[in-house]
Design a protein around this ligand. Structure first.
Ligand code: F6P
Length: 371
């Protein structure tokens, strides 16, 4: 066993399923394998600013011998996804110094990792990052904690919506999260059997959507349709001749906007309903895959600290955990869907309408050091 260390851990940005599983794994491995002390920093940079910590021990949430952290959604440490952090960096650096930490594990999306990386640079902190986001748009990792559960939640909602849509001969629009990336919509749309998938990376035309609805009815006798719409699908408006609109100028969500477009495109005879899944996508019991990734990431982050390999992010590549330089991650994030990817090709091969043309070629993944 090496030198006794005191390490901090925090969760930053929007919550997602699997955060507690990461905390559990990191605390268990640091305590049981290395004999280190682990403290949680509540509410991310807010806790850093206030110099607050909370003790974390193995089985700290033990209930009659049951440890709920592996399968509990949300984050026991609390989190924030806004603030004027960098404007108050000198205060944060002073508070951090007083905490006496040997290293910090930051669980966050690309925005949080960017801020903490900058603070770490200014304060010479020993930082290790773990990617989490239901948007799955952190570069150099095939998976971020929380994504798989959100895909499952959406696919489950689509299953439920399919039967009520079919019973009423309705077109159901399912609006999903993801900011300006379409990974969530594309993967859940394929897994849930959508008829149309509209994502920010590929412009759609409302004529294309309506043609698909007509084709289902005229060619196959299908009187209902399921359309998955990414909340950022309208952000492809910079392409000439495309019937899309910038999100900021919408007076409603993207799902309702598509419904309005369908109605005004001579399709008001169609019975259209909109389901906005919203923050339901951020809750629920983490899937087994998310728990597995969270656990592997938590362990790997602690091992990176032991090896004094800082300014790295743990990543999931080819079914294994790798370590990549945070700088490289930030240079390539957010990661968008590649319009020429196999998944887009797969959806189209099954007759799914995924828009036309391409907005931007997504950044290709690159491999990190094997962990
Ligand atoms: O980045 C995760 C995410 O859930 C996005 O998909 C969504 O646009 C956003 O956060 C919602 O943020 P908030 O919790 O502030 O409403």
């Amino acid at each position: 066993m090496g030198k006794q260390k005191r390490i901090g851990i925090l969760t930053s940005g929007g919550d997602c399923p699997g955060l507690n599983a990461v905390i559990r794994a990191a605390v268990s491995h640091a305590t049981l394998t290395y004999g280190w002390e682990v403290v949680g920093i509540p509410y991310a940079t807010q806790g850093l600013l206030e110099g607050k910590t909370t003790p974390l021990t193995v089985h700290c949430f033990d209930l009659r011998g049951i440890d709920p952290l592996l399968s509990m959604s949300g984050t026991i440490l609390g989190t924030i996804n806004k603030g004027d952090t960098l404007a108050r960096s000198s205060e944060i650096l002073a508070s951090y110094e007083a905490l006496g930490l040997d290293a910090l594990i930051a669980i966050g999306g690309d925005g949080s990792i960017k801020i903490l990386h900058e603070l770490a640079r200014q304060g010479s902190w020993n930082l290790v990052a773990i990617p989490k986001t239901i948007d799955n748009d952190v570069a150099l990792t095939e998976r971020s904690v929380g994504f798989d559960t959100a895909v499952n939640t959406i696919a489950d909602a689509m299953y439920r919506l399919t039967f009520t849509s079919a019973s009423h001969d309705r077109v159901t629009i399912v609006e999903v999260m993801g900011r300006k990336a379409g990974h969530l919509a594309l993967q859940a749309g394929i897994a849930g059997g959508a008829d149309c998938i509209l994502i920010p990376e590929i412009p759609y035309t409302i004529a294309g959507v309506c043609q698909k609805i007509d084709e289902l009815r005229d060619r196959w006798g299908r009187k209902f349709a399921i359309i998955v719409v990414a909340e950022g699908a309208g952000s492809a408006n910079d392409l000439p001749g495309v019937e899309t609109q910038d999100l900021a100028s919408l007076q409603c969500g993207m799902g309702q906007y598509i419904a309005n477009q369908i109605a005004s495109n001579d399709r008001d005879r169609l019975d259209v309903r909109v389901s906005v899944l919203g923050h339901i996508q951020r809750g629920g019991i983490p899937s087994a895959l998310d728990r597995l990734i969270a656990t592997a990431f938590g362990k790997a982050a602690v091992d990176l600290i032991d090896r004094e390999q800082f300014d790295r992010m743990v990543a999931w590549q080819n079914g294994r955990v790798a370590a990549v330089a945070i700088e490289d991650v930030l240079a390539r994030s957010p990661l968008f869907v590649d319009p020429n990817s196999y998944l887009v090709e797969t959806a189209r091969a099954l007759g799914v309408y995924v828009g036309e043309g391409e907005r931007e070629r997504g950044r290709e993944g690159e491999e990190g050091e094997e962990f």
